[in-house]
Design a protein around this ligand. Structure first.
Ligand code: AMP
Ligand code: MG
Length: 491
């Protein structure tokens, strides 16, 4: 058995297949230890599925590893290089504050990137300090785990460790390291980096690596690079439709924050909307609403067009033909997205079959929700349980007319009302990580070192379709406020 194939005491079994790519794609890293690491939250079920020992992860050595103070046997830490369009402008980037300690091989022989976020400076840090602040790391933990439980592809959070060091932002804040787990950290921006700074051979090496890692079915297809493009488009059309269906606003859909695996990544300024408003923007820096809720599918399309451009040299040796292939693939996105959204919305309304007028029927409901300032999640919950509290929406003529149409629509399908109800329960979450609840959990943790609020919240979020009594309090709306909720990148 080679060194790399052994599982350590804690269960780490790390490889680094990414480091076999040409050197321009990464930099090897030295550790930059933190002063006094303390584990504040650990994801037991994720740890177990990764083959890690929960007890050992919590002892001194276990925590030292999660803080980036020590590396497990077999690990050779790297930072990955990438580029990206940030708010439309192209830049060269790279992990400025993250260290990939390796790819964990699970007992089921799956491979997951293990990345420490906030672990110190790297060659890509530019003017940054390479560190992360506790609040935003806990926020990422909560929202990414909530997304996972909602059935939305996402990077996961294994642990947060405080560093015992302060991080200087506008004020002095407690530092932390988040362990992020991902199918991979390959991004649209990784391909942009290869296409702009590498040779065609470098690009090909990256594409081949990606195919092998994420799309093994490509072995049998005629044009594997076209297959890669089509599959990434398909996965993003699925992902973004799911975001829309739960009211998730990513907030920073730069091309470096769009994965090839189809996982949601980069929980900076994201948030879930309460009141349904298609123009919802939470991010304090998204002045023009580029990444507003209703723009997300179009930004997805724009990003995928940038991805397609990077693949041109591989799609066909004749440029014209390559362009034609890429345009053909990209033009499928909106249709795929629409299909996903429509079938997701049908399920939210307990509908099993498709009818021609479905979109306008759904838009009538959404239009009324918008007009009367209805809560997105709770409107669907009210429909699911036939429990209409006296909100202006439910008393409105628009809603009552729509409700009639809906009843007739349900009558026209074969499936029983019971089956419809069951479908709706499985498609409409009892709770989402509402902003005021997230803030409440963070405040308890940051100001009082009380993690119990966060843990109870995580517990309720872990099974959003259970519709249990314990979840009811989390569906309550925040007190009305004149100040809109704002989010920050948390860098
Ligand atoms: P993001 O907006 O989170 O996608 O980050 C954009 C880029 O800034 C990425 O390359 C990050 O690695 C980098 N970055 C963010 N925060 C820091 C930091 N504190 N120190 C160094 N680099 C950072
Ligand atoms: Mg990012």
């Amino acid at each position: 058995m080679t060194e790399i194939e052994k599982r350590t005491k804690s269960g780490w079994k790390l490889e680094n297949s990414y480091a076999q790519l040409p050197e321009l794609f990464f930099s090897s890293l030295d550790l930059s230890p933190v002063f006094h690491p303390e584990l504040v939250i650990l994801n037991y079920s994720l740890a177990e599925s990764l083959g890690l020992d929960i007890q050992d992860l919590q002892d001194e050595e276990g925590v030292a590893i999660l803080a980036g103070n020590q590396i497990p046997d077999g690990s050779s830490p790297i930072a990955q290089a990438y580029a990206g369009h940030q708010f439309g402008y192209f830049t060269t980037l790279g992990d400025g504050r993250a260290m990939l300690i390796g790819e964990q091989i699970t007992p089921q022989d799956e491979r997951f990137d293990i990345q420490l976020k906030g672990s110190g400076r790297t060659p890509y840090s530019r003017h940054g300090d390479g560190r992360a602040v506790l609040g935003p790391m806990l926020r990422e933990y909560i929202i990414s785990e909530a997304m996972h439980a909602l059935g939305i592809a996402t990077t996961r959070s294994l642990a947060v460790v405080t560093t015992g060091e302060s991080v200087i932002r506008e004020t002095e804040l407690p530092g932390a390291v988040l362990t992020r787990v991902a199918d991979s950290h390959l991004r649209v921006g990784t391909f942009q980096y290869a296409a702009s700074l590498g040779t065609v051979d470098d690009l090909k090496a990256l594409a081949d690596y990606t195919l092998q890692r994420h799309f093994p079915d490509s072995n049998t297809v005629e044009n594997p690079y076209l297959f890669l493009l089509e599959e990434v488009i398909r996965r993003q059309a699925d992902l973004i439709a799911k975001w829309q269906l739960v009211g998730f606003v990513h907030g920073v859909m730069n091309t470096d924050n769009m994965t090839i695996s189809g996982e949601t990544i980069d929980y900076g300024p994201c948030a879930f909307m309460d009141t349904y408003d298609p123009k919802t923007v939470f991010s304090s820096i998204d002045t023009y609403g580029r990444y507003a809720y209703n723009n997300q599918p179009y930004i997805g399309l724009w990003n995928l067009a940038r991805f397609a451009e990077t693949l041109l040299p591989l799609l066909h040796e004749e440029k014209e033909k390559a362009i034609k292939l890429s345009k053909g693939a990209v033009s499928e996105f909106i249709q795929l997205y629409n299909q996903n959204w429509l079938s997701g919305m049908r399920a939210k309304l307990g509908i099993f079959n498709a009818e021609l007028g479905d979109r306008s029927f759904m838009e009538r409901l959404l239009g009324a929700m918008h007009k009367y300032g209805a809560d997105y999640t709770n409107t669907f919950l009210a429909l699911t349980f036939d429990k209409f509290e006296d909100t202006t929406l439910f008393e409105s003529e628009e809603f009552l007319e729509w409700y009639d149409l809906w009843q007739r629509r349900l009558d026209r399908q074969e499936e029983s009302r019971d089956l419809s109800r069951r479908l709706m329960k499985n498609s409409n979450p009892a709770l989402i990580p509402r902003n005021h609840r997230v803030e409440e959990a963070l405040e308890a943790a940051e100001e009082r070192e009380d993690y119990s609020v966060m843990k109870r919240f995580l517990d309720a979020l872990s099974n959003p379709y259970a519709h249990s009594i314990g979840q009811i309090k989390y569906s309550r709306l925040p007190e009305p406020s004149a100040i809109p909720y704002r989010t920050f990148c948390g860098t």
